[in-house]
Design a protein. Sequence first.
Length: 160
Amino acid sequence: MLLARTRLLVATLWAGSLWAVGYLAAPTLFATLSDRVLAGTIAASLFKNEAWLSIACALVMLALLWVSKGAETGGIFAGSAANSAAKTRRMLLLIVSTMLACTLVSHFGLQPMMAALRAAAGPGGVMEGAAKNEFGMLHGISSSIYLVQSLLAAWLVVKQ
């Protein structure tokens, strides 16, 4: 019972942070700041912090799911409740692993490329330079991955 409640707490923290940063804080920055370069710099910092929080939440969730494996008494002769718990655990492992993969691809794959384009663009910003199309494509891919991760986070909370 305590493990399940702890998993729910971690899943809620993870989902809430994803939604707060991606769908509240970042859009608010661009809506309120007149300097879009500054808004982008702050948003990038927020997403960097969110990525590290996501990695930490994923590792905690994986550890909690690993510990809960010992509580299962599943097997060929186990009752339906034990088999259901094992199936739920496998589903949660899949969700958490996919969310972690989304974070790793975005943070260590796409974000460095986007940061390099921002740095090369100079003070005028990436949207004024020649790299506008490439940055827009990377941003679109990153946004799509973030949306998938956000939807998986909702599923993770519901499945607890």
